[in-house]
Design a protein around this ligand. Sequence first.
Ligand code: AMP
Ligand code: GLY
Length: 417
Amino acid sequence: MDILVIGSGGREHAIVKKLNESKRVRQVYCAPGNAGIAKDAICVNVGVLDKQGILKFLNENKSVTLTMVAPDNPLADGLVNFLTENGHRAFGPTKEASEIESSKIFAKQLMVDNNIPTAGYKKFESGKDSKAYLDTANYPLVIKADGLAYGKGVYICQSKEEALSASDEIFGGKFGEANTKVIAEDFLVGREVSVLAFTDGKTVVPMLSAQDHKRAYDNDEGPNTGGMGAFAPSKFYTKALADICMELIYKPTIEAMNKLGRKFKGVIYFGLMISPNGEPFILEYNARFGDPETQVILPLLKTDLVDIFEAIIEERLDKIQIKWKKGSAITVVLASEGYPENPRKGDKITVGDIKGLTLYHAGTLDKDGETVSNGGRVLALTGAGSTVGKARKKVYKKINNIKFNGMFYRKDIGIKE
Ligand code: AMP
Ligand code: GLY
């Protein structure tokens, strides 16, 4: 069969590469893709929000019998609903189910209504509303934009002044005209872990756990980003903890969505904070594969990804076994100077010896036969090994064989593990 993947980042490159391993796949297409994806798939020059363009491609290319929608914005925009209504098979949650990510207020309400452990919160629609609360709140306090913000809509505020300035930015439309509601959330301490799970709305099958590194610089300093590197699995996420999370969080979430008539079918991402005494709390849900988590999780997947996608669409996930390779993987993101605020673009990329590693392209473009940077997160270099430490050594040994002007990366991905 032929498959179309929607998206253009490192996550999509990892999905494309994995689909190419499937014996069942003849040709992978990717819309719009990037310079690296173009080596592994046929790129289609259609944007992720161009519903009519995607439909036209599918109508003209009948061999494509499955579309995998990877990024948050086309999911929130209802691309899966649209393709299904037009007679095409699509993998990913509906618009209604994706709201678990696209509205933090919706997600918080869902958690509170169903006793799913999360930080206490308040929601606000204007500065007038929030001022009195921020005057008397305890700090640190976390201010978040309600809607999608490329992983940048979260502010950890140490003082009232910081919280006021963060909420003013959001009310002022920094993340879009339609994204001007704010939540103020209690600050949680503990250890973070990302658990992505496959679900068909009946069964939830968690993948290997992963640890993202969200801050831009070493030692978790600097602004929040979409993610600067990751490793999998996390030793800290034990079987006992996984069992607790299944009962307290994963199953109740899926059941709660069913109760609302918003059956979730696809990949659900649980961003967890584990408190110092071992209790799990939800920081956020995502309605999709994470980036860069996917670049460490999928290389460790043994089962055919197409079999999993189809089992989810057909709601028979309980009938298949999902298997993982032994060992660990780490990925380090190579970013452009200025990321996340104002990344420079257009720098020529050269790649030397990276034997034994996998290079995923994120923000790259082919310009007159040369690969140039075209975004904040440019590349992600992944290595595998029997332990995180061994995988880490492999990646950092060769990472400097990749070069572009203004390139920076974190040197401490996986170091604590
Ligand atoms: P989110 O996009 O909601 O996962 O938030 C991005 C990052 O902000 C998380 O990975 C945490 O590091 C941090 N964060 C979010 N919410 C909280 C919270 N309530 N307490 C402490 N840190 C948080
Ligand atoms: N790495 C976090 C995310 O994909 O949202």
